[in-house]
Design a binder for this molecule. Structure first.
Ligand code: SF4
Length: 396
């Protein structure tokens, strides 16, 4: 698998997608004559594309045309999202006004895709498949359509995610499992693990990321989010490399994303930036406005708790930050420091009783000078952490 990733900036979506795919080496590298192609966009919640939550239909339409030009017999477009009336979307999207669209996101897609000869389908028929060398789940249920196609093209959006760090190439296939299972994996705290397990069953042959906007959401969708316009397309044949470059663009160190390390270990692609060739706009030239990590975001919102990540991975920083959403720390007696990660350093200015060392990486040892209460585990036990914070007057 080639780990080249192209990055193109242009306000004209069609021209941008065509250029990103051309720089990469073309759709014909994966689509052959007579192939059945499935394009999997991100249509989460049925939000209009201007929210940055969903893939712009123009991106998908361009990919449909490219697949036919490369000789595809049939091009389907599908996500596991029910058709939602715009009024419902408006009600859910309370903190940000939803730009007006008439009808539904599905309607917008149909109009564009059918004109290009494609067909919009629902991913609503499932099959259980064994996972080779699973991270956690030996079997997963996935949409039949992702197994039946000859070529799978992922068309996600460019977004951060409070729990797993980013939601781009690999996480896009979380939409190809039953909605009930998605809720279950959240409840089991197994989202990062199952992302890799799904991709082991079937991963994308090519990924074209819609970065018209980026949405930075830290918390549940439609609650804590910012959106900025980037006019980017990011494309690659290696989904791990695409995620690695996307993380970098979003100001997140790819090495801190647990699912990406697990995916690389299982041969799904390369995350090491030294092994990825990027073409087009240099990564350093993209400066998404308002980009911040979930740690920065939570430190802005919290009053007395300070999260200190010293090279921590999502197992610590994503889960700890998520566990503190909707908590009120304003009544806590003192500033409390939660220190995570393998490079944990002492907080000289804080009293020992106000420091919590979280996760095995930050364990106090004979060799380091770390002082504070210790929450063990890799990842750490969040129930113990929250109990400890409650004793210090955290309101739940
Ligand atoms: S303790 Fe485990 S989960 Fe936490 S930063 Fe270290 S490796 Fe990651």
């Amino acid at each position: 698998m080639e780990s080249r990733v192209s990055i193109v900036r242009d306000s004209d979506i069609e021209r941008r997608v065509l250029e990103a795919v051309r720089l990469l080496g073309g759709v014909e590298r994966v689509v052959g004559k007579g192939d059945r192609v499935l394009i999997k966009p991100n249509m989460v919640g049925g939000f209009p594309p201007e929210t940055g939550e969903t893939t712009h239909p123009e991106v998908v339409k361009t990919l449909v045309e490219l697949a036919y030009e490369a000789g595809a017999k049939e091009v389907l477009v599908g996500d596991g999202v029910p058709e939602v009336p715009v009024d419902t979307v408006r009600r859910r999207f309370v903190r940000r006004p939803v730009p007006p669209i008439s009808g539904t996101l599905h309607g917008l897609y149909r109009k564009k895709i059918e004109k290009a000869g494609g067909k919009l389908i629902d991913l609503d028929r499932w099959t259980e498949v064994e996972v080779p060398n699973p991270v956690r789940y030996e079997k997963v249920r996935v949409a039949r359509a992702i197994l039946d196609c000859d070529v799978l093209i992922g068309a996600p959006t460019l977004k951060t995610h409070h729990l797993v760090g980013i939601t781009v190439a690999l996480k896009n296939l979380y939409g190809a499992i039953p909605p009930k299972d998605r809720r279950l994996y959240h409840d089991l705290d197994g989202v990062e693990e199952v992302i890799v397990d799904i991709n082991q069953v079937r991963t994308s042959d090519m990924v074209v990321v819609d970065g018209t906007y980026t949405t930075l959401h830290w918390g549940m969708i439609d609650q804590y989010m910012e959106r900025s316009r980037l006019d980017l397309t990011i494309a690659g044949y290696d989904p791990v490399a695409v995620d690695s470059v996307s993380a970098k663009l979003l100001g997140i160190d790819p090495k801190t994303l647990r699912f990406l390390s697990w995916a690389e270990e299982r041969g799904l692609g390369k995350m090491d930036q030294r092994l990825i060739e990027t073409v087009g706009v240099p990564v350093g030239d993209v400066h998404p406005e308002g980009v911040m990590t979930v740690i920065d975001y939570m430190n802005k919102r919290l009053s007395r708790i300070r999260l200190v990540s010293c090279g921590a991975c999502t197992g610590c920083f994503g889960r700890v930050a998520t566990s503190l959403f909707r908590r009120d720390d304003s009544q806590m007696r003192d500033d409390v420091y939660i220190v995570m990660g393998p490079d944990a350093k002492p907080i000289e200015s804080a009293k020992k009783e106000n420091v919590i060392l979280c996760g095995n990486c930050a364990a106090p040892t004979f060799y380091n000078r770390l002082k504070g209460a210790f929450i063990p585990g890799c990842p750490p036990n969040l129930d113990i952490l929250i109990e400890r914070l409650k004793e210090m007057n955290l309101k739940v």
